[in-house]
Design a protein around this ligand. Structure first.
Ligand code: ATP
Ligand code: MG
Length: 796
């Protein structure tokens, strides 16, 4: 009874409570940002467990990123304790991997299948395109990958693609698609889109399998529903069922929550269509709207509404907040991206110094990953603790990929892409000619590449010279020896150490004079650490057992057997890495799910793309690079549909902020390898002027000259047009302080600061790039300025 858990419903509004307690038919919660959709989902799970006697094994919750999954498990954990550990809370991809491993035999897969990420797919497509003699200028791996991905997201397999093809491009894509699938199958590998498509096909082809999961998962819950694509939608429908099955299984209870205004993955095939399909397939569905936003101040919400309301064809929502107007949005026009980063760093420092916000309260957003570098540089120089989320590309670094390729080959010898990657890395005298001979032999004999390699080692490929044959034989022996360690159950970190040792990879880097190789060595050490931590952390068995003991529910108690992969095994590690390395997930030298949530509390500023920020909230948000051509992305200019998506992205960015929002842009920036002068982002200019306080605004006219003195605020709305032509900049005029890097200051010096005006140096510390000064600005109080060279200040 609710009496035992009075708090489960207490802090919910009426509409939220309805959603949490709704019983029976499908439920769709559509509502704007920060209205408590995720809270409803989490609370509903707790309510199911506490009030409706549902067992955690009967719940399947799906989120969009690993980070979101970890947060949800945490939030549910706070409410229901260790029982959350064994619940299926995961991304679509992780869920499918889990299901496919369980059903590998039925699905026609080896249970040790590899997961190919975007880079692996492209490598394979490059091989395929080459072998099919395609014009790779016209059919780039990227184009092919995109086309095939679209088809898979629409659940079109290669036979359908071939029969539907109506022009040359489509026919070529279909041909590549077929060959690509054949090679994937040979390599016992699946790409990301396959994970979903294969699961759907499995469920559609094997009613008894579907029946099992339908019996098992009586509650399916999906967050960020607006970003599911057709394949994912179909997967959900198959799991839930739309009617009573032949053997009498009723459809599961389905609850999806989303916001059409936050649909930001149209490029991945997610469309508003999923909401329409939902209404069509589940006509009896109930829809609940939420209108109160609990996250942001009214100022922030008004800004968000001003931006999103310009999108055509949307259902208008009345989102309101009773948190009050709060602080104005702070606007800043920087001279360059470096100036912008310095401003952001300075503000973060000031907020921290004043106690207004800790580092972990702050997030810095940018449109594309490459924009993080400038921030990272200055944060490092200032000693500002930060972490980059998403696309840190740790797992994309060459040496890391090489090491992982070894592990993948050990886990799955048929993984051709990985095997060919390491064939001659480090160099061992197996050149391209030898590789081609092996590949040719494989093709001719219809063997896998790995089988052909063994044939080569045994001297069964005649057109191979004896030196190459010897080298291949040595390589095969090396792999076998490493493989034995895996067989006897060495943990991942030990296997990895052995790989680095035995292949000579580590020594090669250690002996090199190239400073980059030192970094590579560090990264490998980091990878070993990740593996070590993984092996050690993979023992939640006690907690799981306790949870199982706490509640024994008949046939569902099979979580032990459920873990298809032994915790801490090589395969489990690779699976984690593959899924974590997905574009919208956490990178992670700092580990995976559970660890991340701890990390986020440990006092670091978070840097991330807006895409990654979906679903999250921060007291202080910096939206940077607010320029037409950056955000909205250059690609979207003049494209109505893409512009609408960029606008939704801007809506997502703004609505992450709870109390304070900064929006900045730079007059000039080097982007796409060119100095550019971009006009203000249209999203910036759409925000009503009275909501924004400009710390520094664009100079009037299109000259960038001017002194270091504070500039008079000019009307920013029009200034975009004023200095609007994008293109190369003809020489950046001096603005005084910029050229003064690094400035040498002594006690008693007088300085002029853009924001704080005149001041006197009262103390200095350190030298060079780490020099700091404490300056008395009189009226504005004392201010400690770290890194003298990078603040908007000049010596008088
Ligand atoms: P998004 O669209 O960004 O994913 P959302 O709709 O999922 O947002 P939540 O993240 O669930 O929103 O909630 C936003 C914030 O408001 C959270 O901090 C949450 O704890 C808080 N919140 C939600 N509902 C209530 C409520 N009834 N009372 C107090 N706080 C609430
Ligand atoms: Mg949410």
């Amino acid at each position: 009874s609710t009496a035992d858990h009075p708090d489960l419903l207490a802090d919910l509004n009426d509409a939220q409570r309805d959603a949490v307690t709704h019983t029976g038919g499908p439920l769709l919660v559509v509502a704007g940002a920060g209205s408590g959709k995720t809270r409803v989902l989490t609370r509903r799970i707790a309510y199911l467990l506490a009030e409706r006697g549902v067992h955690q094994g009967q719940i399947m919750a799906i989120t969009f990123t690993n980070k979101a999954a970890a947060e949800m498990r945490d939030r549910v954990g706070e409410l229901v304790g260790v029982r959350s550990n064994t619940m299926w809370v995961s991304t679509f991809h992780s869920m499918c991997v889990r299901l496919l491993r369980r059903e590998a035999k039925t699905a026609g897969l080896g249970s040790n299948f590899s997961i190919y990420d975007a880079d692996d797919s492209k490598r394979l497509l490059t091989l395929v395109a080459r072998d099919l003699d395609l014009n790779t200028k016209r059919y780039t791996p990227r184009t092919l990958a995109g086309q095939i991905s679209n088809l898979k997201n629409e659940l079109v397999d290669h036979t359908d693609a071939a029969s539907k093809a109506s022009n040359e491009l489509e026919r070529t894509v279909a041909e590549v698609y077929a060959e690509y699938q054949r090679r994937l199958q040979l390599a016992n590998a699946l790409d990301f889109d396959d994970l979903i498509m294969r699961t759907v096909h499995l469920l559609q082809a094997f009613p008894e399998v579907t029946e099992y999961y339908r019996r098992r998962f009586r509650h399916v819950l999906v967050d960020e529903y607006q970003d599911t694509n057709h394949a994912q939608y179909t997967l959900v429908r198959e799991l839930v069922g739309t009617g009573t099955s032949p053997s009498g299984v009723e459809p599961a209870e389905l609850c999806v929550v989303g916001d059409a205004d936050q649909s930001i993955y149209a490029f991945r095939g997610a469309t508003i269509r999923n909401i329409e399909e939902f209404e069509r397939d589940f006509p009896e569905a109930r829809t609940i709207m939420l209108e109160q936003n609990y996250r942001s101040t009214q100022t922030i919400l008004s800004a968000a509404n001003a931006v999103i309301s310009r999108n055509p064809n949307r259902r208008d929502k009345r989102l309101w907040s009773d948190l009050g107007a709060g602080d104005s949005i702070v606007g800043y026009v920087a001279d360059s991206e470096h100036d912008e980063a310095a401003f952001v760093a300075g503000e973060i420092d000031a907020l921290a110094d004043s106690g207004e916000a800790g580092y972990s309260d702050v997030a810095v957003f940018y449109r594309t990953n490459n924009q993080s570098r400038v921030f990272e540089e200055i944060f490092i120089r200032l000693g500002l603790p930060y972490r980059v989320v998403g696309g840190v590309r740790f797992y994309e670094r060459r040496e890391v990929r090489d090491a992982l390729a070894y592990l993948r080959v050990l886990a799955n010898p048929e993984d051709t892409v990985s095997l060919r990657r390491i064939l001659n890395v480090p160099k061992r005298g197996i050149g391209e000619r030898a590789e081609a001979a092996v590949a040719h032999h494989a093709e001719r004999e219809r063997l896998s590449f790995s089988a052909a390699l063994r044939a080569a080692a045994d001297g069964r490929i005649p057109d191979l010279n004896s030196r190459a044959q010897r080298n291949i034989a040595a390589f095969v022996t090396l792999l076998d020896e490493l493989g034995e360690r895996v067989e006897r159950g060495d943990d991942v970190a030990d296997v990895l150490e052995a790989v680095l040792e035995r292949t000579g990879y580590r020594d090669g880097l250690a002996e090199s004079d190239d400073p980059q190789d030192a970094t590579r060595l560090d990264n490998l050490t980091e990878l070993v650490t990740v593996a070590r931590e993984f092996a050690e952390s993979a023992v939640p068995a006690e907690a799981a057992e306790a949870a199982e003991a706490a509640e024994a529910v008949d046939e569902l108690d099979e979580e032990g057997e459920e873990q298809a992969l032994p915790a801490g095994s090589l395969a489990a590690f690779l699976e984690r890495v593959s899924l974590v390395a997905d574009a919208d997930s956490l990178p992670a030298p700092d580990g995976g799910d559970a660890e991340d949530t701890e990390q986020s509390d440990s006092g670091m500023v978070t840097l991330m793309t807006v895409h990654t920020a979906k679903g999250l909230e921060y007291p202080v948000v910096f939206g940077t690079g607010m320029e037409d051509g950056i955000f909205p992305h250059m690609r979207a200019l003049g494209e109505e549909a893409e512009l609408a998506e960029e606008r939704r992205l801007a809506y997502v960015a703004v609505t992450r902020a709870q109390r304070r929002l900064y929006l900045s842009r730079a007059l000039t920036r080097t982007a796409w390898g060119q100095p550019m002068s971009n006009p203000a982002s249209r999203f910036l200019t759409e925000i009503p002027g009275e909501l924004v306080e400009w710390r520094r605004s664009a100079p009037s006219g299109d000259s960038f000259g001017g002194s270091g003195a504070p500039r008079a605020a000019t009307t920013w709305a029009g200034s975009g047009q004023g200095s609007g032509q994008s293109g190369p900049v003809r020489g950046t005029a001096s603005t005084g302080w910029k050229d003064a890097v690094p400035m040498k200051l002594d006690v008693g010096d007088r300085v002029s600061h853009d924001k704080y005006g005149l001041g006197t140096v009262v103390a200095t510390e350190g030298t060079g790039p780490r020099a700091t000064a404490t300056i008395d600005f009189g009226a504005s109080g004392q201010l400690k300025l770290m890194l003298i060279g990078s603040v908007p200040m000049s010596k008088l």
